[in-house]
Design a protein around this ligand. Structure first.
Ligand code: 2HG
Ligand code: ZN
Length: 460
């Protein structure tokens, strides 16, 4: 690692806030994965786009790599700095414009926290469509860089679908202002969409114009107990034809047990079910709902269920799904975030269930996910007595089989968490050699010296 001191920054990046403090280096060098030891050489806190450009120029000139950094809530190691990089935190760039009521949009800098956007939209009678458990600390720049999905993709799409304009600084320090809030713009390649989901490997996102939606109507939340995972697809098909769904989530009884222990909650139903589906939908009349509920019971898709009677109850029901990830975090789970077309979910579930029973007989395996959009989170918990390295390598062996099954279904090895460091070795299970080569060529154009987030997404 190259040595660097305060004097260097005072000389070359005057006016930019920099920290070389070991505690700060440690904090800003990691995300929620905790699988690599952080070792950045500096953490920089630009206050505007101009400073971001200066940082890129200096990094380029002095041969330092950059790791763009947001709320660091990622689960694929995309924000990990383990090799003397400069972490460029966007957290001091958090200006947010007035909500534009006429155009239903808002301008934000990259460091604005996702929940702040949701609240500002709400105060103006509008709605920001993306939500997930880490919205209170994740930042919009990171959401864009990973094309974050979450719980309401069914209704509002991914982060990609919210981006009307984007500003970003490339690996040569060039500032790009892309699409600039336009709805129609048929002028060739849409570079905005190339940068969304590029995980900081092509450019540092500095700001965006976000689309906002009309305020949603009142909504019901249903938590339903399912006898087995075969019931989930007919249930989804029936619900999506009968209601205006905004979420259709899925989780196993083991997930409920972890949440109840962790959060001190009572079980949601009188009798535990094997699996659960959580549905959020535009409110419907009670008789219609009861008819549907009875039909679902008669068809054997559900055994029991509850319907929220108030906003508070809706939130309580959501907690059984939203708090799974935090409940199991102390057990250092090995995470998979896979997706297939919705119609292929039952076959994939069947195959993975077999695989897991055969290869993980001693591990606790948790199933949960956003089944309504084909995204499954498969989490394997580390036995307390097993060393982290042993656990990781055992999981990686089974990974090949899991990803081969995903590949057979033409699915994705990373649905919404990104590829980062952790999934990078398996990118070829989702992308052809020709695609990966084109991605490399594109990277070279945006970042000829390879200083932006090296080793993430594409191998170094
Ligand atoms: C969720 O859906 C998040 O809760 C985290 O995407 C998933 O913990 C996970 O694997
Ligand atoms: Zn998720």
């Amino acid at each position: 690692m190259k040595s660097i001191d305060n004097q260097f920054f005072q000389t070359h990046l005057q006016g930019v806030d920099v920290s070389l403090d070991s505690q700060i280096l440690d904090t800003y060098g990691r995300d929620w994965t905790h699988l690599r030891e952080p070792a950045p050489s500096a953490v920089l806190f630009p206050r505007d786009t101009d400073q971001v450009q200066q940082i890129v120029h200096q990094a380029r000139e002095h041969g330092f790599a950059i790791v763009p950094s947001g709320g660091r809530t990622g689960l694929s190691g995309g924000a990990v700095a383990a090799d003397g990089e400069w972490v460029v935190s966007l957290e001091k760039m958090r200006t947010m414009g007035e909500v534009n009521i006429t155009e239903s949009c808002v301008d934000v800098e990259a460091g604005v926290v996702t929940a702040t956007i949701q609240q500002a939209a709400g105060h103006s009678g509008l709605f920001y469509g993306v939500d997930f458990a880490s919205a209170g600390s994740s930042q919009i720049g990171g959401n864009i860089a990973t094309n974050a999905g979450g719980i309401r993709v069914l209704r509002y799409g991914l982060t990609r679908d919210q981006i009307l304009g984007l500003t970003a600084v490339t690996g040569t320090g060039e500032l790009l202002a892309l699409n600039q809030g336009l709805i129609k713009n048929a002028t060739g390649y849409d570079l905005r969409h190339l940068l969304i989901g590029s995980e900081g490997t092509l450019a540092i996102i500095t700001g965006a114009t976000l689309k906002l939606w009309p305020k949603p109507p009142l909504r019901d939340v249903l938590l339903l107990g399912l006898p087995d995972h075969q019931a989930v697809m007919p249930l989804f098909a029936s619900a999506s034809h009968s209601f205006k769904l905004s979420a259709f989530e899925f989780f196993s009884q083991a997930c409920v047990e972890h949440v109840c222990t962790h959060a001190g909650l009572q079980p949601p139903l009188d009798q535990p079910a094997s699996y659960y589906a959580l549905l959020e939908l535009d409110q419907v009349d009670e008789p219609l709902m009861l008819d549907w509920f009875e039909q679902a019971m008669d068809s054997g898709w559900i055994e029991d269920g509850v319907i929220s009677q108030s906003h508070e109850q809706s939130q309580q029901l959501w907690a059984y799904r939203e708090r799974i990830s935090e409940s199991i975090a102390p057990r250092k789970p090995y995470k998979n975030d896979i997706a297939v077309r919705v119609g292929s979910v039952p076959a994939l579930l069947e195959q993975l269930d077999e695989l897991v029973k055969q290869h993980y007989p001693d591990f606790e395996v948790l199933w949960y996910g956003h089944i309504g959009d084909g995204n499954l989170h498969l989490n394997v918990l580390k036995p307390d007595t097993m060393a982290l390295d042993t656990f990781k390598s055992q999981c990686e062996q089974v990974n090949e089989l899991v990803f081969a099954a995903v590949q057979n279904h033409l699915g994705s090895i990373s649905a919404e968490h990104g590829v980062g460091l952790l999934k990078q070795p398996w990118l070829n299970f989702s992308r052809s050699a020709a695609e990966i080569e084109l991605m490399r060529c594109i990277k070279r154009q945006f970042d000829p010296d390879g200083i932006l987030n090296p080793g993430k997404l594409l191998s170094g």
